[in-house]
Design a protein around this ligand. Structure first.
Ligand code: IVH
Length: 682
């Protein structure tokens, strides 16, 4: 058994590397998931063979903790920037005054967030953000979830301990998916992949980071006494050890070769799957790097050449005001079509009223449009010299452009909202579109247009109406025959099998995205428990802060929303978490409330353990509960209540004993206690 566990770990590490680092997967996702599941099952059955570096831990536990600020072993300096060939020429002059026959390495300048990784004996020990350059945040637990960061190195020629630096990025595909999800749940969008990558690294819950699709390129082996003569040799060794080193990295033997590289990358970067904002040029030989040394802020042996944010000038023809499913109003600029960074731009986002006022935009203005790291172009300024004499400032609308209701702007919000949620057509249609979406009820045959048709024909004005539709109703609509009507009705009926977590997401509660819905479903187990929870009880859930808790309470305080839940329930929609088949009966018939935090186990992990052993999870302490599983920082009120009601209180050791697991996994040594690292690196 132990042998199989080791073999599975090796196989999964190998295929992770193929997939994340080499982009050349050898097995399909289903086979990979099968191996992963086999390992998870074996590890669950044998916690004594747990290993913090096991590929299963990449998915992240759900422990919450604060980030620790730690000092960097070497300060993280930045690079000096150049924006023109001329400035770059000055860099070459400076280098070549001191160094003969300079050879350079030219690399992509990744537009993400810098990370410092420490490896000891081939294992990832610590990952720290740049912070202020001297101290950064210890984000090791989150970085461990990134597939392209090796937890164990391959080969045997790596130093016993070393620091390596690189960039954590969010590829455009992950970025688009994340923003789409955030839009669906009414959350603020990330402005660009760089912010999204940085935000994802600072999550309290590593499972959230794990789901964000981050990637990591390494570009710098740190140390004064490296076993290589050149930067390029280090990069090649890094690649051998399992790190992702960009294929675009090249040796340049002359200035001209660097200029050619820049031209090539400037073209190519529009086709790359992640954001780059320039090129980094480094002196290759370590001996020459040492000769050149550092200024207070940056190395004198390297420089960044930054691409200019691409800009175009065009005319602002008008502004549309779009109404989203939450009623939020988004102004969108209509532009005279203009060529920008390889695409024709016709529209640009204006975010909100404040931005329009700050730019003092007027119809007919010539505006500057930019596409920086951002995907959606934005207006960055106005050419005032070209402004028509008779122009007047643009007024933000006061009524909803769709239903005429006066708009409101809640305190503290940047956006205006149409409050007529129950009758404003784009809000109704938007809610239904969200409800049937792939990650929600997955009613595939119902497209946006069909939903709009159903709504305008008076057949649906609420998601619950979908379950009352007959094939005959639908077949009467234009362009929809008997066959598609039958498919739609069958798909709607099938959606009653969709699990509770997705139903919760489908309801469209503001700020409740996919991940939050999963946490809420696992924590409360049923819609009834959720609906009757107070804001404080809600905030005890993983990922749920005050703002989300309040939004949930408000949602269920609304009679219409409660009525909708009842109609959906009557239609057979799942409002309870289905428990998995238990694998043992050691807790059969017993109910548990989990409270506080646990060093070794995440909450959801504990809940799963209870269910697997035939027990039941309950959200709140009552006389019917058998055990209160008490962790750290459990509220005193909860303890008092349990004592008063005679509920038995057990700690994690007592619980594990009850399970019959016998032994907890060994605690990995925290970094602070590891004194070896304080010494010299190599
Ligand atoms: S080398 C001592 N190489 O740019 C210099 N940095 O402005 C170490 N960056 O903080 C940095 N791509 O986050 C280096 N190929 C690359 C890079 C790169 C992006 C970032 C990095 C750094 C910033 C410096």
């Amino acid at each position: 058994m132990q042998h199989r566990i080791a073999e599975l770990r090796r196989l999964l590490d190998y295929h992770n590397h193929k997939y994340y680092v080499e982009n050349a997967p050898e097995i399909d996702d289903i086979t990979f998931d099968g191996l992963m599941r086999e390992l998870q099952d074996l590890e669950q059955a044998h916690p004594e063979w747990d290993d913090p570096d096991s590929p299963t831990h990449r998915v992240g536990s759900d422990l919450t903790r604060e980030f620790q600020s730690v000092e960097h072993l070497h300060p993280m300096l930045s690079l000096s920037n150049t924006y023109s060939r001329e400035e770059l020429g000055e860099f070459f002059d400076r280098v070549e005054r001191e160094v003969e026959q300079a050879e350079y390495v030219a690399e992509l300048k990744f537009d993400g967030t810098a990370i410092s990784l420490i490896y000891q004996n081939g294992r990832l020990l610590r990952a720290v953000t740049r912070g202020d350059g001297v101290r950064g945040d210890d984000v090791t637990t989150n970085v461990r979830t990134i597939g392209s960061v090796p937890l164990r190195l391959t080969g045997d020629d790596y130093p016993e301990m070393f620091e390596i630096r690189g960039e954590i990025l969010m590829p455009y595909a992950s970025f688009d998916r994340l923003n789409e999800e955030r839009m669906q749940s009414g959350e603020q969008l990330f402005a660009n992949p760089r912010n999204a990558a940085a935000g994802s690294l600072k999550q309290q819950n590593p499972a959230v980071t794990a789901g964000r699709g981050l990637d990591c390129f390494l570009y710098f082996l740190v140390g004064d006494d490296l076993p290589f003569a050149t930067h390029y040799d280090s990069l090649m060794a890094m690649r051998r050890w399992g790190f992702k080193v960009s294929e675009r990295t090249t040796i340049c033997h002359s200035r001209q070769e660097v200029y050619d590289y820049i031209d090539h990358i400037d073209e190519l970067r529009h086709t790359l799957p992640f954001a780059t904002d320039g090129v980094v040029i480094k002196v290759n030989s370590y001996a020459n790097q040492r000769r050149l040394g550092f200024t207070a802020k940056s190395p004198r042996w390297a420089v960044a050449y930054k691409f200019k944010a691409e800009q175009a000038e065009t005319r602002l023809c008008g502004v549309d005001f779009q109404v989203g499913r939450t009623g939020a109003i988004t102004p969108v600029a209509n532009l005279e079509p203009v060529q920008l960074a390889g695409t024709v731009v016709k529209r640009a986002t204006l975010h909100n009223a404040d931005q329009i006022a700050a730019l003092d935009l007027r119809i007919g203005d010539i505006v500057y449009v930019e596409k920086g790291g951002e995907i959606i172009p934005k207006i960055t300024g106005v050419d005032l010299s070209a402004r028509p004499a008779d122009s007047t400032p643009l007024q933000f609308i006061e009524r909803c452009p769709q239903c005429g209701t006066p708009l409101v702007r809640p305190e503290g919000e940047a956006k205006h909202f149409c409050p007529n949620s129950s009758a404003c057509p784009p809000q109704i249609v938007g809610r239904i579109v969200h409800f049937v979406g792939r990650k929600a009820m997955n009613i595939e045959s119902l497209g946006d247009e069909t939903i709009a048709l159903l709504h305008s024909a008076g057949l649906v004005s609420d998601v619950a109406d979908l379950y009352d539709l007959s094939a005959a109703d639908i077949a009467r609509l234009p362009r929809l025959g008997d066959r598609s009507a039958a498919t739609i009705v069958a798909n709607i009926a099938d959606s009653t099998k969709v699990p509770f977590a997705r139903v919760l997401f489908a309801l469209g509660i503001r700020y409740v995205g996919e991940t939050t819905a999963k946490s809420l479903a696992a924590h409360f187990g049923s819609i009834d428990a959720l609906m009757s929870a107070s804001a404080e009880e809600l905030a005890e859930t993983e990922d749920v802060g005050e703002r989300i808790a309040e939004s949930i309470v408000n949602f269920f305080a609304d009679e219409q929303n409660r009525a909708r839940v009842e109609r959906l329930r009557a239609a057979g929609v799942q409002f309870e978490q289905q428990s998995k088949e238990p694998t043992s009966a050691s807790l059969a018939g017993l109910s548990f409330v989990i409270s506080g935090t646990f060093e070794e186990y995440g909450r959801d992990q504990l809940k799963e353990m209870i269910e697997q052993a035939g027990g039941r999870n309950v959200a709140a302490v009552s006389a019917k509960v058998d055990y209160l599983l008490a962790g750290d920082n459990m509220g005193p009120a909860k303890r008092a209540k349990a004592e008063k009601l005679g509920v038995k209180i057990i700690d994690i050791n007592g619980f594990v004993e009850m399970l019959g697991v016998g032994k907890q996994p060994e605690t990995p040594k925290p970094y602070a206690e590891n004194t070896a690292i304080q010494g010299s690196l190599f």
